[in-house]
Design a protein around this ligand. Structure first.
Ligand code: ADE
Ligand code: ZN
Length: 341
């Protein structure tokens, strides 16, 4: 979309990586109803407008309750493929060239959907997406932190026969009262299996959860981490150790982590030299995809082009692709920014 703000226009056109998006959070109401019809399931909402009207969250938990309920329409590998394709099409339109995509197998296996079904469908979507739009994607298996350590280990055991099909492990769901320490042994095993791990921390939870995610889980990135600013020593550490934060501005606004975008801690984190990235989290529920997040941030903070270039560069540097691929995307980004400046 062209705008009257040349900086915003450039930021939207920049190639970038999306490192924090939950595939179940990309389920748009129209697809939810189409899948419900296809699978003969009744959603507890009369129509798309009624479902959208329920997107009025006052906390992470109020969102998660709806998010898990809607995921019930996902039953077959074709459903997971179509969900992935719908996301990749939108991401590619926002000039996302690479996405590292979370999925929550426990949300599905608890309903009797086989882990293989989920994986087969998501992978087929990634394969078709790469052919159609040239977009690359990696899958990150997330454990639900409101469930037990034992359940996480059972999920890991289910995933182990197909370990080469996922790239890493993450931790999501209800943060308060479920500290990273609860999963220290699970994550030690994930790291032993040779996979990078990431964790949601410091979204609703305190900065101490960010410290635990780093020290007890070995988290290579922190998902959200926006409450880190409450601990200046932690911010200094994040900057010093170049630990990426996958920040999701519209999510934070919609889940009332901040009252207004002007209160968001993104500028403080940037000013402190933290490697921040901008991402969409659950775009179907929070008012938009990656470029919608960029537009909302730009409306609040009017960053310059160099700041957006920094954020896009961070997204490639923080990704899990190899050094040559990172360098190629960063060169493409720098070329575009030079031509435009
Ligand atoms: N699962 C999906 N979106 C999430 C979020 N923002 N925080 C924690 N768990 C999630
Ligand atoms: Zn998230």
């Amino acid at each position: 979309m062209t705008t009257h703000d040349p900086v915003l226009d450039l930021a939207c056109r920049m190639p970038k990586a999306e490192l924090h998006v939950h595939i179940e959070g990309t389920l748009e109401p129209d697809l939810a109803f189409a899948l419900a019809r296809r699978n003969g399931i009744a959603l507890p909402y009369a129509d798309e407008a009624a479902l959208r009207a329920a997107y009025d969250f006052d906390s992470l938990q109020s969102f998660l309750d709806l998010y898990y309920a809607c995921a019930d329409v996902l039953r077959t590998a074709d459903d997971f493929r179509d969900l992935m394709l719908a996301y990749l099409e939108r991401a590619a339109a926002d000039n996302v060239v690479h996405a590292e995509i979370f999925f929550d197998p426990q949300t599905h296996t608890a309903r009797g959907i086989a882990y293989r079904t989920v994986l087969d469908g998501l992978e087929e979507g990634l394969r078709i997406g790469r052919q159609r739009w040239g977009i690359s994607g990696l899958l990150i298996l997330c454990f639900l932190r409101h469930l037990s350590e034992e359940e996480a280990f059972a999920t890991l055991a289910e995933a182990e026969p197909w370990l080469d099909r996922i790239h890493g492990f993450g931790l999501d769901s209800s943060e308060q009262g479920h500290p990273p320490s609860k999963f220290a042994r699970v994550f030690a095993r994930c790291r032993e299996l040779g996979k990078p791990v990431v964790a949601h921390a410091g979204e609703e939870g305190p900065p101490a959860y960010v410290v635990e995610a780093l020290d007890l889980l070995g988290s290579a990135r922190i998902d959200h981490g926006v409450r880190s600013v409450e601990d200046p020593a932690l911010v200094a550490r994040l900057a010093r150790e170049a630990i990426p934060l996958t920040v999701c501005p519209l999510s934070n606004l919609r889940l009332c982590v901040f009252g207004t975008m002007a209160e968001h801690t993104l500028p403080q984190l940037l000013a402190a030299g933290v490697r921040v990235t901008v991402n969409s989290d659950d775009p179907a529920y929070f008012g938009g995809y990656l470029n919608d997040n960029i537009r909302a941030v730009q409306a609040a903070f009017a960053f310059d082009a160099a700041t957006w270039q920094r954020i896009a560069r961070n997204s490639f540097e923080a990704s899990f692709v190899d050094a040559a691929q990172k360098a190629a995307w960063i060169a493409e980004l720098d070329r575009m920014c030079t031509v435009d400046s």
